[in-house]
Design a protein around this ligand. Structure first.
Ligand SMILES: Nc1ncnc2c1ncn2[C@@H]1O[C@H](COP(=O)(O)OP(=O)(O)OP(=O)(O)O)[C@@H](O)[C@H]1O
Length: 237
């Protein structure tokens, strides 16, 4: 079963061709990695997936629906953590969870989500007083409130210390095990290698390669996804 189908997606900002003919599909239950250099078009693509940007051309379908036209319906099925989303500094963690749970028709019990995602001990902390890792954890918890079938995570672990990053990997592993479809944008090749079933390597608004991490390593005759990435990007740039 297909969760996401993107066909020849194009999106420009003025003269900048941010996404220049991208196609891929993501199967239900798959963890799909999106990697690539700064400005490669990753965020623009995921923003089109969640209906925040309207493509100039091409087609995007999520669970068979158009994310722009059916944004409100799909918002009930998708959990999103975007790169630069911020919350008011004085909002407490528990308040944020309770508030955001109310956006969903069938929310999970927000207190149980807090327990599950390690937020209970910081429930009374204000957002502005959280560490980078705690903010990320809160955003991940918020993305889970609607019992999502698809979770879109854009640079979730950027800026986290190695321990917090590993903890986040465990949480994503749990999501995966529960059958949730995950789209993971990351700059960390070890993360993509560990977590993703397939990885799309973006370069200059296109997909330069798309395969399982092991396959990308084999195709390039390298020994890690990081080395494979450099080999692929070197060819594409
Ligand atoms: N709102 C915007 N207005 C104008 N140009 C934009 C806008 N958003 C992105 N761009 C440009 O579009 C291109 C693709 O940006 P995008 O954020 O999609 O890339 P990215 O792969 O997510 O990069 P990064 O790894 O730095 O987050 C870049 O050249 C960027 O400068």
């Amino acid at each position: 079963m297909t969760a996401i189908e993107v066909t020849d997606l194009r999106k420009s900002y003025g003269p900048t061709r941010a996404v220049d003919g991208v196609s891929f599909t993501v199967a239900k239950g798959e963890t799909f990695g999106v990697v690539g250099h700064n400005g490669a078009g990753k965020t623009t693509t995921v923003e089109c997936l969640v209906g925040l940007r309207r493509p100039d051309s091409g087609s995007v379908r999520v669970f068979g629906e158009d994310p722009v036209r059916r944004r409100r319906v799909l918002a009930q099925r998708i959990g999103v953590q975007l790169q630069e989303s911020e919350l008011p500094d004085r909002l407490r963690v528990g308040e944020a969870m309770r508030l955001f749970a109310a956006f969903y028709e069938r929310p999970d019990d927000w207190r149980a989500v807090m327990d599950r995602w390690g937020l209970a001990s910081i429930a009374r902390k204000a957002y502005g007083d959280l560490s980078g890792g705690q903010k990320q954890r809160l955003k991940l918890g918020m993305a889970m409130l609607g019992r999502p079938e698809l979770v879109v995570l854009d640079e979730l672990t950027t800026g986290l210390d190695p321990v917090a990053r590993r903890e986040t990997w465990t949480l994503i592993g749990d999501l995966k095990a529960s059958g949730t479809t995950v789209v993971l944008v990351s700059h960390y090749m070890d993360e993509a290698e560990e977590l993703c079933d397939r990885v799309a390597v973006f370069s200059r608004g296109t997909v330069a390669a798309l395969a399982g991490p092991r396959e990308l390593v084999d195709i390039t005759g390298t020994s890690s996804l990081e080395q494979a990435y450099f080999a692929l990007i070197g060819e594409a740039r």
